[in-house]
Ligand binder design. Structure first.
Ligand SMILES: Cc1cc2nc3c(=O)[nH]c(=O)nc-3n(C[C@H](O)[C@H](O)[C@H](O)COP(=O)(O)O)c2cc1C
Length: 243
């Protein structure tokens, strides 16, 4: 990798990749991705994030089932789990006052920022990947499988490797909707309708899994459904967000 890579170009050309070549990711490449991930900012420099690299094929198989049968979880050359970890810091500071909801928010932000740095770094290496929030479908079982102690929880998976297939770029909401100045602005329904028409076109014309669908229909299916109701109790059992 000798040519100069423009990080902005890497970020602007992001697509999730779910199919990979049968080719391992070299150790030096993995190390560069990890160094980039852990160079990310960290709330109060608490350094709350762990990455668990899952190489055991049986565990990968189990994680695939727990993540809603997402085949790349077992098949991708690499699968990493980003965990929030207050245990390490609390072992060093036994008087640590844990369980605040704000601490959960901080660790979710740190995990997301760290994971996105990993994604950008791996894409800059010519690899591709997809985040796997689906592992929270079986969060309690994932927790057991990875033998996570109290005050450590799994938040997000990342499957990655050399892409065998890349989707076309997925159109985002226009910035007229998502970018505001000085105060909140209500959305213009016409702008959304135009976007939904573009999304209908995207779904109908994409080369894999084309279908008749719209963005609003997609989010409507998701937002009306119960969302992992067991997550709150699990997190509280692990000592998160009890106050
Ligand atoms: C936190 C998070 C969790 C996600 N979980 C999954 C997942 O479990 N399975 C999956 O196929 N995609 C998952 N995605 C990927 C999104 O579906 C994807 O980013 C979105 O549809 C936009 O497509 P693009 O990334 O190709 O632009 C996740 C993305 C994020 C940010």
């Amino acid at each position: 990798m000798s040519e100069m890579i423009n990080l902005g170009d890497v970020l602007r050309s992001h697509v999730s990749v779910r199919e990979f070549e049968n080719r391992p990711v070299e150790k030096d490449v993995r190390d560069r991705i990890l160094t980039a991930a852990f160079a990310a900012s960290s709330t109060c420099f608490l350094q709350l994030i762990d990455v668990i690299r899952v190489t055991d094929p049986e565990k990968r198989q189990a994680l695939m089932h727990l993540s809603g049968e997402q085949s790349h979880v077992a098949a991708a050359p690499e699968f990493w789990v980003f965990c929030a970890d207050y245990r390490r810091d609390a072992q060093l500071v036994p008087e640590a006052d844990l369980g605040w909801t704000e601490q959960l928010v901080a660790s979710c932000l740190d995990a997301g920022i760290c994971a996105q740095s990993a994604m950008a770094a791996l894409e800059a290496e010519g690899l591709g990947g997809v985040f796997v929030g689906g592992l929270r479908n079986g969060i309690e079982e994932v927790d057991k499988l990875l033998q996570l102690p109290q005050h450590v929880v799994p938040l997000l998976g990342l499957s990655f490797g050399y892409p065998a297939y890349k989707n076309e770029l997925k159109p985002r909401l226009p910035q007229a909707v998502t970018v505001m100045e000085n105060n909140y602005c209500e959305v213009n329904p016409e702008t959304i309708a135009d976007y939904d028409a573009r999304m209908r076109e995207y779904f109908a014309s994409r080369s894999r899994n084309p279908r008749e669908d719209t963005w609003i229909n997609g989010i409507s299916g998701i937002l009306k459904r119960e969302r992992r109701p067991f997550v709150r109790e699990f997190l509280q059992k692990k000592g998160f967000a009890v106050k």
